[in-house]
Design a protein around this ligand. Structure first.
Ligand SMILES: [Zn+2]
Length: 98
């Protein structure tokens, strides 16, 4: 039971890390492709929407991660911890993934 909790948490954290790391490259690629294809004939609404969707998806994953309930104490395990990308222990009871 605890294992699946940590598997979920790790999965979400991995997605968040990839999305944070990928945000700038993704934005550059989308912008580059857009310029190559349309040579500024249009405005930047499409790259902008791409990045916005990326960001919204990221927020969704963050929300799911933050709503993970600790299998030991039943509280929100990660709450509003500012270290969600690095720390992996319950802020309420300190349950760790060992
Ligand atoms: Zn806990």
């Amino acid at each position: 039971m605890s294992d699946s909790f940590w598997n979920e948490a790790k999965k979400y954290r991995a997605i968040m890390q990839i999305m944070v790391a990928g945000f700038i490259p993704f934005g550059m690629v989308v912008t580059y492709v857009w310029i190559k294809m349309f040579e500024f004939n249009f405005n930047f609404i499409v790259p902008f929407i791409g990045l916005l969707l990326w960001y919204l998806f990221y927020l969704r994953v963050v929300n799911k991660f933050k709503s993970s309930v600790c299998p030991k104490c039943g509280e929100l395990a990660f709450g509003d911890s500012p270290n969600i990308l690095t720390k992996m222990n319950c802020i309420e009871c300190g349950l760790r993934n060992e």
